[in-house]
Design a protein around this ligand. Structure first.
Ligand code: CLF
Ligand code: SF4
Length: 297
């Protein structure tokens, strides 16, 4: 999968379990849930649960302070030597919690410089954070981009919180899309690797995502991860309550296949929890809860 990539990209992804399909058999990642707030609303999200852009909807992660997150990361790194990547992916949007997110990254880049740092965001606050991301040597950023058309966006995002105001409808989607695209261009211009996640929502953005894939590739995103909408009525999301269905496995595969000619597609995503620990698909988070970490000292 990676052989056709330039050497400098291969060097950065060969031990990142999400960015390299081969690596996910051997290398582990962990997430620390330090970021509670969010600056937008997605119709597939219920704030009681983890951010559904990157993490598994319908699960609640243990919120950590940056100091607790650092302690946990160092404890996991000492126990699981294959742990190469530390990601912040929720439970809200990491860049809507810049103090908590960057305090964690800053301390880890000093105390554990071998661990790769990874972050996932809805993109609204991304352009203003690019300098700070580059400063901490963060080479892997995921942006969730579900559309590039504001009319479609208005059916996915009821509102955003922008410059101290709540903005709704097409205007909100326009601003979010503009920020995402600008952030993507700024990151790739600095050589930071960008993966784009998209949530496939049948009847809303499914056909449109092939176009999204082409546009983000043209702007330098290097991997596209189309994830299925998970909408259960009991999760209490707008889509869940409205009976919006997720795609079938064959619909998802057909879309991934149709994007594949133009773009590297990720097909091994496990829609991890915001506090996941271990190899993808093998969650050892319960071995490293806060009480256990504190007991290890
Ligand atoms: Fe975490 Fe995401 Fe970084 Fe990976 S997960 S912040 S890029 S280290 Fe990976 Fe999990 Fe899928 Fe995410 S399998 S949900 S793509
Ligand atoms: Fe929820 Fe994540 Fe969307 Fe924020 S960005 S509303 S936390 S799914």
């Amino acid at each position: 999968q990676l052989n056709h990539l330039p050497e400098h990209i291969r060097a950065k992804v060969h031990n990142h379990p999400c960015y390299s399909e081969e690596a996910h058999h051997y290398y582990a990642r962990m997430h620390v849930a330090v970021a509670p707030a969010c600056n937008i609303q997605c119709h597939y999200c219920n704030r009681k649960y983890d951010c559904a852009n990157e993490s598994r909807p319908g699960v609640v992660s243990e919120l950590l302070t940056p100091a607790q997150a650092i302690k946990k990361t160092l404890a996991v790194a000492a126990t699981i030597p294959q742990m190469t990547v530390l990601g912040i992916a929720g439970p809200g949007d990491p860049l809507a919690n810049p103090e908590r997110t960057f305090a964690t990254f800053r301390a880890l880049s000093e105390q554990a410089p071998d661990i790769k740092l990874c972050v996932s965001t809805n993109g609204l606050a991304l352009p203003e954070c690019v300098d700070e991301l580059a400063k901490h040597n963060i080479d892997h950023v995921t942006i969730t981009i579900n559309c590039i058309d504001p009319e479609i966006g208005a059916q996915i995002y009821p509102w955003i919180f922008w410059k101290n105001r709540r903005i709704r409808g097409i205007k909100a989607a326009e601003i979010l899309i503009e920020q995402q695209q600008k952030g993507l261009e700024m990151l790739t211009a600095r050589g930071i690797l960008v993966k784009v996640n998209s949530v496939m929502i049948p009847g809303i953005n499914d056909v449109h995502l092939a176009e999204v894939s082409k546009v983000v590739k043209a702007k330098g995103a290097f991997l596209h991860n189309v994830m299925p909408l998970i909408a259960e009525a009991e999760h209490g999301t707008f889509y869940g309550i409205m009976g919006q269905r997720g795609p079938t496995a064959s619909e998802l595969k057909a879309l991934q296949d149709s994007c594949e000619g133009d773009m590297n597609m990720m097909r091994h995503c496990r829609q991890c929890r915001a506090d996941a620990v271990g190899l993808l698909g093998e969650d050892r988070g319960s071995e490293f809860t806060l009480d256990k970490i504190e007991a290890m000292e």
